[in-house]
Design a protein around this ligand. Structure first.
Ligand code: NAD
Length: 445
């Protein structure tokens, strides 16, 4: 899928950031950057202060030699520390073949905004490690069938060497990592093994010191809650009347689909990296979970017809939920979306151009920094309970996620109504104001 302005790197700002001067190339125009610029202008800030808010505080690139199954593999990666005005840099570790510096910076900025938008006392950071699985299958003479054990060895080894490299950063709580695409609780356990500090990492597996009940499903549960609430508030639609399409059936997509189905919605389409499935009467999510646990994809599920990712975005549904990759709603498909509501479970699934088209077409959007904040809200509880050794219950964790998302969603909707903006713009504005206030009071600018 074409990625709009991300491809072109067209400058749209008169002022380069210090980071752009150092890297000697310009950041692609991204939604968070554009909206922070607009927010800063609305707040009446001078351009140099807006650039302070937009620009990351530190970006480290690395190349780590890992000994894997008797061979040396050099993994390249980026650690982007965007802003720690409101708390330690916080954000997931992404393993993917297409990781870039600017993408990792954008994701770290999104974490700053997400934590501020949901009033979580963390800043924003992110790690991207370039792991090209197909190339590694070739190099190790594996395949053509998918070998999950081999993929696990790769991801665990990559994270183990990475955590040795950055142990000090984690141990001092400068940056507190968590899972993102390509990583999960298993990889977080390796970070704990390195630091032996329960508060140095969140998203730890059950039983590991400092693990949190409810953390695993928190993002999906929070997203399900806000999707149901937005369908009610924006569309006047009860769950029993709602038809939903979801892209992605992983850490986020699975509890999300399960929650929506349990609430009475018809989840009629789900796709993933390998394919998809459609059933006009609603997919049986329990059966689909079982299919996925065996085949590691929804593709080939007997309880529906095959569906492609392109078809999913044009499906005749009330609510469309991207819960997989970024940049999937663009100028090329935003005009074809039939859903009246988009709930952004994935991080930055919509390009600037895609966002403008959705807004012109009157399609309501719950932005990523609210919709998928359940994970970082639970991480805040995991961090604080790791420090205090007092563990909250799963019910309390999930209730806190819903409350914090719900309260801040209401504030963003109120701001949007008052100022005639979208909820996305309102949420970014609110977050930018909160970060700015602390940067000023801490004399960070
Ligand atoms: P995951 O790796 O567990 O699952 C990703 C799912 O998306 C899989 O089903 C995969 O097949 C599918 N997918 C990946 N690339 C795809 C593509 N190009 N086209 C179609 N499907 C694709 O990841 P996750 O943890 O569920 O994360 C999903 C999204 O949610 C990401 O954008 C992530 O940044 C965001 N997110 C995750 C969390 C969390 O707690 N896990 C928190 C906040 C945001």
């Amino acid at each position: 899928m074409t990625k709009d302005s991300h491809d072109e790197c067209e400058p749209r700002f008169d002022h380069d950031s210090e980071m752009e001067n150092v890297l000697q190339n310009r950041e692609p125009v991204t939604r968070s950057r554009s909206l922070m610029q607009r927010g800063g202008e609305r707040m009446g800030l001078p351009q140099h202060e807006i650039m302070e808010l937009i620009t990351p505080q530190q970006v480290t690139t690395f190349r780590i030699p890992c000994k894997i199954l008797g061979k040396v593999v050099n993994f390249a990666g980026v650690l982007a520390l965007h802003n720690n005005a409101r708390g330690p840099f916080k954000g997931g570790i992404r393993l993917a073949a297409d990781v870039t510096i600017w993408e990792t910076i954008e994701l770290s900025r999104l974490m700053t905004l997400k934590c501020a938008a949901c009033d979580v006392e963390f800043g924003g950071g992110k790690t991207g490690i370039r792991v090209d699985m197909p190339a590694l299958y070739n190099r190790f003479g594996r395949g053509p069938k998918r070998d999950l054990e081999f993929e696990k060895i790769i991801s665990l080894d990559a994270v183990e060497y990475y955590s040795q490299h950055f142990r000090d950063v984690f141990s001092r709580h400068i940056y507190v990592p968590a899972p993102d695409m390509g990583t999960g609780p298993d990889e977080m356990a390796f970070i704990y093994n390195e630091t032996l500090d329960p508060a140095s990492v969140t998203g730890k597996p059950e039983g590991t010191p400092g693990w949190l009940p409810g953390r695993k499903e928190s993002t999906g549960v929070g997203c399900c809650y806000i999707a149901l609430r937005a369908m009610d508030e924006f569309l006047g639609l009860d769950a029993s009347q709602a038809k939903i399409a979801i892209q992605g059936f992983g850490n986020v997509g699975k509890p999300l689909a399960q929650g929506l189905a349990e609430a009475g919605c018809k989840v009629i389409a789900i796709t993933d990296f390998f394919g998809g499935v459609y059933n006009a009467d609603g997919l049986n999510i329990a059966d689909l979970l079982e299919h996925e646990s065996i085949h590691k994809t929804v593709d080939g599920f007997a309880g529906g017809e095959p569906m492609t990712n392109e078809q999913l975005f044009e499906a005749d549904v009330d609510c469309l939920i991207p819960a997989a990759a970024g940049d999937v709603i663009t100028s090329h498909n935003a005009g074809d979306i039939k859903a009246k509501l988009v709930v952004e479970a994935a991080n930055m699934p919509t390009t600037v151009e895609g966002m403008d088209i959705l807004q012109q077409r009157g399609i309501r959007v719950v932005p990523d920094i609210l919709a998928n904040a359940g994970g970082v809200i639970a991480s805040m509880l995991e961090y604080s309970s790791s420090l205090s050794a007092v563990k909250p219950s799963k019910e309390d964790v999930l209730e806190t996620c819903k409350r914090k998302i719900g309260d801040n969603f209401a504030l963003a909707v109120g701001y949007a109504q008052e100022h005639g903006t979208s909820v996305t713009e309102a949420a970014v504005h609110m977050a930018t104001e909160r970060v700015y206030a602390v940067m000023k009071s801490r004399r960070m600018m």
